[in-house]
Design a protein around this ligand. Structure first.
Ligand code: MSP
Length: 489
């Protein structure tokens, strides 16, 4: 079995500063990376910024900056945001990096030599905000079908990628690999799209210069998506560090929002096929966040800043909420009210109280040493909780392998709530009063097992909290509360 794990996020456009949507994908990838690292895999977690193209060029011009200076400034904002959110990528790729640029040119030359790239003329529509070419029939009432904005008419000399050539091979691959595009709904959309027929893709532009110049035809710059997708191999060292590339490729999971699955599940695999490179294992398109029921947008002024949220409620609570609130793959709504409620119920009450009560009793009745189990006096409820906690690793593993973060957390919280009820039902304070030492030892022993197991599985989601839990479990003494309750108005 392969012992490496390569997970990526989209590389984010630098015309915008990081918001909760970007944070969502990147936290999810970080949790996956941490989980698999903990499971003994050699992990490479890649994120980065997408810095070329007309949209970025226009955004720079709008604030009167030159492009390089503009992208340098925003790219660093993404890096800082990830640091603050305790996201620890192994690589941060920028499409303006020399290594990436060289890889794009290598790919271009290879495909040109092979005949999979050819010179022609593009005539059709283009949506700049989405950096997407559209045919007339794809438009909805003359507007971009993705963002509903005006499109422009383009007519320019252009190089094309022979996407059509890979249509059948791609369909066959998707059909033979049900796990390739997830969730199922995204897979069906992609299948439908391909079955309508693929056209060759225009992959260069001549009306602006902010991009990777085409070797030997520098008035052309490479189309921003063709450029950007290559980040997933350029960052590993495609064309420069073959050993590292071979070690981690193919990617285990490309994680992204649902709106860009098509680029990853159609154009990208076709490019890889043309290059004779193996395809990634999983392309996962998660859902979109709205905010208090509305689409998040600068013009509505409702963009949620993940850094503010982390300042106010803590990094771990932010990470927890995003992955717990909505099943990965579904759309979800961000509501501050829900956030605070979950904070108090799931974090302050459920897990916080379990730790403080269990450790309190371990300290009080057993001088902070985990007592041994007395198998002869195990009750039915002892056995039930013991079994539940023993089953947790497999349950979490299954969920994590399916990128079902909310399910993994739910499994943990089932153990937590069972353990909290178990304390009530077994009433250790009465056992102590009645001198039932062996029975009391069993209860405390089992509770400590629960805390130890939770500490391990909470760690990828809430790394700092898990460290606090670890310290408390090592000393078996109650420490500071893990999550002090919020006062709700
Ligand atoms: N630059 C391209 C990706 C190139 S990848 C080779 C791009 N960038 S982006 O800045 O627009 O980022 C899009 C991604 O940000 C989405 O795919 C998703 O991961 C995240 N999200 C942006 N807004 C979001 C929500 N409202 N909700 C959830 N995720 C969202 O597309």
């Amino acid at each position: 079995m392969k012992n490496t794990f390569y997970v990526t996020t989209p590389i984010y456009y630098v015309n915008d500063i990081p918001h909760i949507g970007h944070a969502y994908t990147t936290i999810a990838a970080d949790v996956l990376a941490r989980y698999h690292r903990q499971m003994g895999k050699e992990v490479f977690f890649l994120t980065g910024t997408d810095e070329h193209g007309q949209k970025i060029s226009e955004a720079a011009a709008k604030v009167g900056k030159n492009e390089q200076q503009f992208v340098d400034e925003i790219s660093v904002r993404f890096k800082q945001a990830w640091e603050k959110l305790n996201i620890k990528p192994d690589g941060f790729v920028r499409t303006t990096d020399a290594q990436h640029l060289a890889a794009v040119q290598t790919v271009f030359k290879k495909l040109l030599a092979k005949g999979d790239v050819y010179l022609g003329e593009y005539e059709g529509r283009y949506c700049t905000p989405c950096e997407t070419f559209w045919t007339d029939t794809q438009l909805v009432e003359g507007k971009c079908p993705t963002c509903n904005r005006e499109v422009q008419l383009l007519k320019e000399e252009s190089y094309f990628f022979k996407l059509s050539k890979y249509q059948d091979k791609l369909l066959a691959h998707i059909k033979a690999h049900p796990e390739f595009i997830q969730p199922e709904s995204r897979r069906n959309e992609v299948l439908k799209f391909i079955e309508q027929g693929l056209k060759d893709l225009s992959i260069t532009r001549t009306s602006f210069t902010w991009g990777v110049p085409v070797p030997a035809a520098p008035k052309h710059v490479v189309y921003v998506w063709f450029d950007a997708l290559i980040n997933y191999i350029s960052a590993l060292g495609y064309g420069t560090d073959d050993a590292n590339f071979k070690k981690f490729w193919p990617a285990t999971a490309h994680v992204m929002g649902k709106e860009i699955v098509r680029f990853h599940a159609v154009i990208w695999p076709a490019m890889l096929m043309a290059l004779d490179i193996a395809l990634p294992e999983v392309i996962f398109g998660h859902g979109w966040w709205t905010v208090e029921g509305q689409k998040m947008s600068k013009s509505l002024g409702n963009v949620v800043d993940p850094l503010k949220l982390a300042d106010e409620f803590g990094v771990d609570a932010t990470r927890y909420f995003l992955l717990r609130e909505v099943p990965f793959g579904n759309d979800g709504d961000f509501s501050l009210q829900h956030f605070k409620q979950r904070f108090n119920t799931d974090l302050a009450n459920d897990i916080g109280n379990l730790f403080s009560r269990s450790l309190n009793m371990c300290d009080k009745y057993f001088q902070a040493v985990q007592p041994a189990l007395s198998p002869l006096v195990l009750t039915a409820q002892d056995k039930e909780l013991l079994e539940l906690v023993k089953a947790l690793p497999a349950a979490v593993d299954q969920a994590m392998n399916a990128l079902a973060f909310s399910v993994a957390l739910d499994k943990m919280w089932q153990v937590i709530s069972t353990a909290n009820k178990y304390i009530e039902v077994s009433a250790p304070w009465i056992l102590a009063k009645e001198g039932k030492q062996a029975q009391l030892a069993n209860v405390i022993h089992i509770l400590v097992e629960v805390l130890k197991t939770l500490t391990i599985y909470v760690a990828p989601f809430m790394p700092d909290t898990a460290e606090k839990m670890q310290i408390q479990v090592a000393s078996l003494k109650k420490g500071e509360p893990l999550f002090p309750r919020l006062e709700l108005k």
